[in-house]
Design a binder for this molecule. Structure first.
Ligand code: AMP
Ligand code: ZN
Length: 515
């Protein structure tokens, strides 16, 4: 590892290819080249796509935060049958569809607090590189052309990758060519040498976008785009390639075959990273099942930090069943962090601080807890980006902060101010920079979370009170207490609680939160 990086410990990442946690050793010390397969832009993305995008962002943030020089390429697939179908349905050009949805996805990514990658790449902007790569595969004897008269241009040819020319085919997915062959559907194009051979370039049909090529007017097969774009921006070899687990086969298997066939170098990718799928209430999310939750609705209702808390609260390789209980749990967890942070923000504002021997001991212990939490969080990250482990360390530290700061007189001391500063730094530096939660100022984050609670209560048809109604009831309770009418004051408290509002009395007055 380069001395420029600051993690200070070896990183182990699970490689899909070997199913093992392997020591991560970048091609060039201190540098990471990484590529993530982004969305096909013909509709809004759903929360499954968001999980995938947040996984890539997590890796990017992690390496950047610990001082690696990261070259991160993320693509938009803007040439695809689904785009063509949608454009035809809406009687607009493919370009209009893709431009619109790229802009929408960018909005979602910004709402989710994702960092812009080093390069955002589009298939339509890489046709010369794609064509060159297909030519190279043919020159190297691993691709072949077949006449195709079904398209616009009767002289156009389809180009296939010859799987039999690539002995390592199946090395990522573990699939055997023979099994694939027997399972292959009877293809329309019977000119293929092997039914498992896949298309590198296909002749365009009427109503489809097309590009001039040595094989007539046509468009690239799906898989070649990522190979060509990755090679252009990262070179023939990269450190990390990410995508959702559905892409292992055939997309990534084919990417390996094409790239290595074209460049003659291997391995194309050192570490294959795949996030597990996100299911919805126990079912695979799919448009045909009608159970797709659009990322925009989610982000607009709940915000980017909650999305991160939920989707990164689980290890990226663990299957994930999204349901509303998880959402409520994430609200509670994020509030725990921000309530503690709020108190720490108040403590560090204190002007008059009185030294106190007992408090110094308490905070001395807490400073040791902070150091321990920092080290443990780094250990979790270095262990295959174990974000749930990292978050659990923060919850332990929050518990310690709450315990220490409720000791009599402890918060009015100079050491408390130092401890509060350190506590905030641990949250912001160790969790905020990598997982992307905890960096907001506590009062505004807590206000947003209260708004989420209100929305959740409204969605579930629970009766809810406006802020003015709550304040009026609190005033009524105060008046009842002043008149020693404790029966009424208790009734008001119970009424508020029944409507999801909890009140807390303190020497500074009465405060309330939605629960
Ligand atoms: P697509 O637009 O379908 O190509 O998907 C874009 C990215 O989202 C790819 O990396 C997919 O593997 C990933 N993806 C799609 N559906 C899900 C899901 N339900 N859960 C997790 N990742 C997904
Ligand atoms: Zn791809």
């Amino acid at each position: 590892m380069s001395s420029a990086t600051s993690l200070g410990k070896p990183i182990y990442l699970t490689n899909t290819k070997t199913h093992q946690k392997e020591l991560f050793q970048p091609i060039e010390p201190g540098k990471v080249k990484m590529y993530s397969c982004g969305p096909t832009v013909y509709s809004f993305i759903h929360i499954g796509n968001l999980r995938a995008a947040l996984t890539a962002d997590l890796f990017y943030r992690f390496f950047k935060h610990f001082g690696y020089d990261v070259n991160y390429v993320r693509n938009y697939t803007d040439v695809d049958d689904k785009i063509i179908n949608r454009a035809n349905e809406e009687k607009v050009s493919c370009d209009e569809i893709t431009k619109k949805f790229i802009a929408e996805v960018e909005k979602d990514y910004a709402l989710a607090g994702m960092l812009p990658p080093t390069h955002k790449v589009l298939v339509t902007e890489h046709m010369p590189e794609i064509i060159r790569m297909v030519e190279k595969i043919i020159e190297n004897g691993k691709g072949y052309t077949v006449p195709d008269s079904t398209g616009l241009d009767p002289t156009a040819k389809e180009v296939f990758f010859s799987i039999d020319s690539f002995p390592n085919y199946g090395e990522l997915s573990g699939k055997q060519i023979e099994d694939l062959k027997s399972g292959a559907r009877v293809e329309v194009n019977s000119n293929k040498r092997n039914p498992v051979d896949f298309s590198l370039w296909k002749p365009a049909k009427a109503g489809e976008p097309s590009w001039d090529s040595p094989w007539g007017k046509g468009r690239p097969g799906w898989h070649i785009e990522c190979s060509a774009m990755a090679c252009k921006w990262l070179g023939p070899k990269m450190d990390i390639h990410h995508g959702g687990e559905d892409l292992i086969f055939p997309h990534h298997e084919n990417e390996i075959a094409q790239t290595e066939a074209a460049t003659g170098e291997k391995p194309y990718v050192k570490t294959w990273v795949h996030n597990a799928f996100l299911n919805f209430d126990g079912e695979k999310m799919s448009k045909s099942l009608g159970n797709v939750m659009n990322a925009r609705d989610f982000l607009a209702n709940y915000g980017g930090e909650l999305a991160r808390m939920i989707f990164l609260g689980v290890h990226y390789r663990a299957p994930f069943d999204f349901n509303s209980t998880l959402l409520d749990q994430a609200v509670v967890n994020l509030e725990r962090i921000y309530e503690a942070k709020k108190k720490a923000e108040e403590v560090r504002q204190k002007k008059i601080a009185v030294p106190d021997l007992k408090a110094e001991q308490v905070w001395g212990g807490f400073m040791i807890d902070c150091d321990r939490a920092r080290a443990a969080i780094k250990d979790h990250y270095a262990n295959d980006l174990n974000t749930s482990g990292a978050l659990s360390e923060i919850f332990t530290l929050v518990r310690e902060w709450n315990r220490c700061s409720s000791e009599p007189n402890a918060v009015n001391t100079p050491t408390a101010i130092l401890a509060a500063n350190e506590f905030i730094k641990v949250i912001e530096e160790e969790i905020g920079s990598v997982i992307g939660v905890g960096k907001l100022s506590a009062p505004s984050a807590l206000a947003q979370l209260q708004a989420v609670r209100l929305k959740r209560a409204q969605n579930e048809g629970k009766s809810t009170l406006t802020e003015t109604e709550i304040e009026a009831l609190i005033q009524e309770r105060k008046d009842a207490r002043a008149q020693k009418n404790f029966k009424r004051s208790d009734e008001v408290r119970d009424e508020l609680l029944a409507k999801g509002v909890e009140i807390k009395d303190s020497p500074q007055g009465t405060t309330w939160v939605r629960k």
